[in-house]
Design a protein. Structure first.
Length: 339
């Protein structure tokens, strides 16, 4: 009888330890940022995952691992045999390009350089830090904490004195650019973002609607001063897209802000987040075309979808925040962006 008790107790202890190892052992692979490592990364990059995770943990930025692997992909494709400095971080140390000839050293220096910038600007999002990895840390005193392609372009234009060069990258072409300014790469974070998987969540939808309703509860905000001033304009502009950008920022959702509706559509399409007009859901961003020229001229937030009707919350609707209702099949609706 005594032996039986020992056997059962030992078995229970073994099961507990096994469960602990399974649960504990899997935690390192789940980034705290809510971003995942994309399945589109090749084996040449993924072979460095463990080494990058180790350095990221040492520098207390484990949540940045998907972005760091994205940097490797953009900089070298992970091909250490051809480019040992897979992070291309020699220049960050004031050395000539490709001075680093040891891949482990490249990982250590690249991760630390990224971590040092993020620790100095902890409120900045990871795509902004990625852009600074390309431009240099000076970019962080120029930009804002939320990543914006517009600011990345403005910085490159300023640093290059407006000089442009041809750039036929598919990511840039999808954003309607066949050139870039001759300083760094203004599309750097866009290139990295291809390799970041940010799961869509019902929580995102709820958070965005909640943020929009909060603004409406304060009043109609006629004129939109609060929003275009937040964006950085000094005088009134059409502010429907700015209102959407403000609400996503308040909801802390991963969307680049935009002030021009077609820019928003291009971003969603480039990120494979564009949804046809037949599939609206609460929390999506709805784009309109009032004059039928296929160019979006208004945008809002879907509050809910009921009985083939789409209920929205919109900024700059007759120059105020307002709720509106549309038929699901309305010819005015172009489509939706999904977060």
């Amino acid at each position: 009888m005594k032996l039986t008790k020992i056997s059962i107790g030992g078995a229970l202890l073994f099961c507990f330890l096994l469960l602990f190892l399974i649960i504990g052992g899997s935690s390192d692979s789940i980034p705290a940022s809510g971003s995942d490592i994309s399945a589109s990364l090749p084996a040449a990059v993924l072979r460095w995952k463990d080494a990058v995770q180790k350095e990221a943990q040492k520098n207390e930025i484990s949540e940045a691992v998907p972005y760091l692997l994205g940097i490797i992909m953009v900089e070298s494709g992970g091909n250490a045999e051809k480019t040992p400095d897979i992070f291309q971080c020699s220049e960050s140390q004031g050395w000539a390009p490709n001075t680093i000839t040891d891949t482990q050293q490249s990982i250590e220096i690249g991760v630390k350089y990224f971590a040092d910038m993020w620790k100095k600007y902890p409120d900045y999002d990871l795509l902004t830090i990625c852009q600074a990895y390309n431009y240099g840390s000076g970019y962080l005193s120029f930009c804002e904490r939320t990543y914006s392609l517009e600011l990345a372009i403005a910085f490159s234009k300023k640093q290059s004195n407006g000089k442009t060069i041809s750039y036929q990258n598919p990511v840039a072409l999808a954003l309607n650019y066949d050139y870039r300014y001759a300083y760094g790469n203004m599309f750097y974070s866009q290139l990295i973002k291809q390799y970041i998987s940010i799961p869509s969540s019902g929580k995102n939808n709820s958070a965005l609607v909640t943020a929009a309703l909060k603004e409406l509860s304060e009043g109609p905000h006629e004129g939109g001063n609060k929003y275009w001033l937040w964006y950085g304009f000094t005088g009134r502009v059409e502010w429907c897209a700015i209102f959407v950008s403000y609400c996503t920022s308040q909801a802390k959702l991963p969307m680049e802000k935009f002030a021009y509706c077609p820019t928003g559509i291009n971003q969603f399409k480039a990120n494979n987040q564009w949804v046809t007009k037949d599939n609206p859901q609460s929390g999506m961003i709805i784009f309109f075309d009032w004059d039928g020229d296929t160019v979006s001229d208004h945008v809002g937030i879907v509050e809910k979808v009921e009985n083939n009707s789409v209920h929205t919350i919109e900024g700059n609707s007759e120059n105020r925040i307002a709720k509106r209702i549309y038929e699901k099949k309305s010819d005015y609706i172009l489509g939706y962006g999904s977060l």
